[in-house]
Ligand binder design. Structure first.
Ligand code: 5AD
Ligand code: SF4
Length: 531
């Protein structure tokens, strides 16, 4: 029998991208063939996001498209995985009968079994009507199972999914994600994540470090540590549980990182700062404002390979809005943290300025014009490099959905969103302009996107590699004249392009750290000369 082929499409965040990568690796190891073409596939999987309604709408329209195809191909297996599966639950089968299987984000280890069952059921019903082929396969966390279970059961085989990661030296782009925590315990009132991804659990540090080493050995040059609140990471060794010889992840405790060294961190604990010391060249997302101790800032300051970039969402510049969001800090506390971070990490004279990024929600329940003005003021004060700005989208199942009135009209949300984006755009431009004339050590990631497009337009194929070889692109001599534009990143996550000098091969630059001088800036892209 030929290998079943799987099309897997990912919606939403970096956490979903990593989940998809792990699922694809596992399915490949089991003999499935991953295909980038929907029309080629016998199995369609959608890894979904529920954070905003817009993300869910995209999935709904995809399922609408698939309905027609399935009328002619009753053996086609359609699976919805990720947060939307968890949030909608079995109601999804009623709304979209085309869906054959549902798998929540905390149950992904069960996905191969669900697919296998779905495929077998359909094959055994060869010749039956579409109706009889409608057996459903479901793995959802629900409200009670893993969330309220013991530590050991909470960890269980989901950890194996991360541990089984197969990294091929030819199949990555030079950078990779590594998960350090799963889930979230913060329960911000607008957010579905604690409801869909479940309680926060922390992976054992040895697993994380081993995974990073494995990636490095395969040629991965830059690692981004992932978690909903990465800097809340804290692993207690005494409390670990071992199943079949494998140390299991640990449930997050309600621990509030102070402004000083964590007094609870004894010899048997690995706090976030210690984890960082063990891993080279990395960045991490997303940080939670309240959990940043000076110990973490000191590690970042003292490590030449750690990025001076913090993604630390503020969400609003108004205390009353922050309170209704249950964010657990005031604007003053947030600004104190920013001052502390700048005092430790902002060193432009050494070529190491600190850059900051954030998320903002406009039009949250009860947000007045004055609340909004305070958010504008906060942007002017902090001067983020960039900001992800969202209009509030009420999510069923969250605290805000049941208890707070979504009373800011859509038009007002839209206006505030546009105004804030314009303010941020100006600040982003200014931050970029401030870099002109400075010298930085940048990490060369590959050939720039612009250069790739230029060469693709000229040839229909690109004969360049970007850290690790892309199998779809032939490695031939360059057919286009002129210097090759390379793309690099500063410590502060600013994209920097420069020309590869004559006589130097792009591949020799990729994955190295080079000194450049910034000559110009357009939007968030800096242009530089290699020194
Ligand atoms: N509406 C709008 N934005 C939201 N976010 C999370 N939930 C919602 C919601 N219901 C945003 C927050 C978060 C980012 C990942 O998505 O800003 O930091
Ligand atoms: Fe959602 Fe708040 Fe957790 Fe972030 S910290 S994932 S916004 S609940």
């Amino acid at each position: 029998m030929t290998a079943r082929s799987v099309y897997l499409e990912t919606f939403g965040c970096q956490m979903n991208e990593l989940d998809s990568e792990l699922v694809a690796g596992q399915l490949t190891a089991l003999g499935y063939r991953m295909t980038p073409e929907q029309s080629d596939a016998d199995i369609l999987l959608y890894n979904t996001c529920s954070v905003r309604d817009l993300a869910e709408q995209k999935v709904r329209s995809r399922l609408g498209e698939v309905r027609l195809r399935k009328q002619n191909e009753p053996n086609l297996v359609v699976g919805v995985m990720g947060c939307m599966a968890e949030r909608d639950g079995e109601a999804m089968y009623r709304q979209f009968p085309v869906v054959d299987l549902l798998c929540g984000p905390a149950e992904l280890d069960k996905l191969p079994g669900l697919i296998d069952n779905a495929v077998r059921t359909r094959a055994s019903l060869e010749g039956e009507t579409a109706h009889e082929k409608s057996a459903k396969e479901t793995a959802l966390q629900g409200d009670s199972s893993r969330r309220s279970s013991t530590l050991a059961a909470a960890a269980d085989s989901l950890e194996m999914l991360d541990l089984s990661r197969a990294v091929s030296p030819t199949d990555h782009s030079g950078s990779a994600y590594v998960r350090i925590t799963r889930g979230c315990n913060k329960f911000c009132t607008y957010c579905v994540v604690p409801h869909t991804r479940g309680a926060e659990i922390h992976r054992p540090p040895d697993h994380i470090v081993d995974e990073c080493k494995k990636l490095e050995q395969a040629g991965v040059l830059e690692i981004t540590l992932l978690g909903q609140t990465v800097n809340h990471y804290r692993y207690e060794h005494g409390a670990s549980v071992t199943i079949d010889g494998v140390t299991q992840p640990q449930k997050g405790r309600s621990f509030t990182g102070g402004h000083t060294r964590d007094p609870l961190a004894g010899a048997n604990t690995t706090p976030f700062a210690d984890l960082l010391k063990r891993i080279q060249r990395l960045r991490f997302v997303t940080s939670y404002p309240r959990d940043f101790g000076d110990d973490v800032l000191e590690v970042i300051r003292d490590s030449p390979r750690m990025c001076r970039y913090l993604h630390i969402p503020v969400q609003s510049g108004s205390d009353s809005v922050l309170k209704r969001m249950n964010r657990g800090y005031t604007v003053e506390q947030y600004l104190d943290f920013i001052d502390r971070a700048k005092a430790h990490l902002h060193q432009p004279e050494l070529g190491r300025p600190l850059t900051l990024a954030s998320d903002i929600i406009v039009g949250f329940c009860g947000e007045t014009e004055d609340d909004f003005r305070q958010t504008v003021d906060l942007l002017e004060r902090v001067r983020f490099k960039n900001n992800f700005i969202f209009k509030y989208s009420p999510r069923p199942g969250t605290t805000a959905f049941g208890r707070l009135d979504d009373d800011v009209p859509h038009e007002v949300k839209k206006r505030r969103c546009n105004e804030l984006m314009a303010v941020q755009q100006r600040i982003s431009d200014e931050v970029s302009q401030e870099q002109i004339g400075l010298e930085f050590d940048v990490f060369v990631e590959g050939v720039s996107v612009k250069e790739r497009k230029k060469r693709k337009a000229a040839n229909g194929a690109i004969a360049l590699t970007v850290g690790g070889r892309d199998a779809s692109e032939p490695a031939e001599p360059l057919p286009v004249e002129g210097p090759i534009q390379m793309s690099a990143r500063t410590d502060g996550d600013l994209i920097t392009v420069f020309d590869c000098p004559q006589g130097m091969a792009p591949d020799d630059l990729v994955g190295t750290i080079r000194r450049v001088r910034i000559d110009d800036a357009k939007g968030l892209t800096l242009s530089a000369t290699l020194l």
